[in-house]
Design a protein around this ligand. Structure first.
Ligand SMILES: [Zn+2]
Length: 155
C-alpha cells in the first residue's frame, strides 16, 4: 500500500468532518469539491502531510477502505466526490469505458446517450441478440455496436 493509501485507510471522524464541509451539492446531483486544488487543477485534501485526491478520500470515507486501484466515476464527472458516483476500477477498464463512449458519442454529435450505450453493453453482455439486431433496435450501424463491444476509439 502506498503512503497515501495508508492514510486513506486510517481516516477518522475528524478527517471526515473536515472533508465533507468542503463539499457542495451541484444542480445536476453531483457533489463538488470546493477545497484546495493542486497545480494540475485536481481537487486535493491535505491530511497528515499528504495531498490526497478528493474523490479517493470520498471513496475511502464512504467504503471504509481505500480504492483498490483507480476510482471510476459512473457520472462521467472526474472531479465528483458523491459516494454513489464512485466505483472501484482498474486502469484498463477505465480506458475501455472512455474509448467506448468516445466512439459511440463521436466528437460532434451525440449518436447515443450514455444510458443507451449502457443498455447496448448490457444486451451484448447477455449475448441473446446479434449485433445487427441491436443496431436495428437503436437505429445505428452494426459497426457501431461492434465498436462499443470492443471499446475501440475511432475519431
Ligand atoms: Zn457525480
Amino acid at each position: 500500500m502506498s503512503k497515501a493509501d495508508l492514510i486513506l485507510a486510517s481516516l477518522d471522524g475528524f478527517d471526515a468532518a473536515r472533508f465533507w464541509t468542503k463539499v457542495t451539492v451541484r444542480q445536476d446531483g453531483c457533489w463538488e469539491w470546493t477545497g484546495a486544488r493542486n497545480r494540475d487543477g485536481y481537487g486535493v485534501f491535505g491530511c497528515k502531510g499528504q495531498m490526497l485526491r478528493a474523490p479517493r478520500v470520498a471513496f475511502a470515507l464512504s467504503r471504509g477502505r481505500p480504492p483498490k486501484a483507480i476510482v471510476l466515476h459512473n457520472c462521467d464527472n472526474p472531479e465528483c466526490v458523491r459516494p454513489w458516483c464512485l466505483e472501484d476500477g482498474d486502469q484498463r477498464q477505465n480506458m475501455a469505458d472512455a474509448r467506448a463512449r468516445g466512439r459511440a458519442l463521436g466528437t460532434r454529435k451525440r449518436v447515443l446517450s450514455d444510458a443507451q450505450v449502457g443498455e447496448i453493453k448490457a444486451l451484448l453482455a447477455k449475448g441473446v441478440m446479434s449485433n445487427r439486431a441491436i443496431a436495428r433496435q437503436f437505429s445505428v450501424s452494426p459497426s457501431l455496436i461492434t465498436h462499443i463491444k470492443k471499446g475501440r476509439v475511432h475519431r
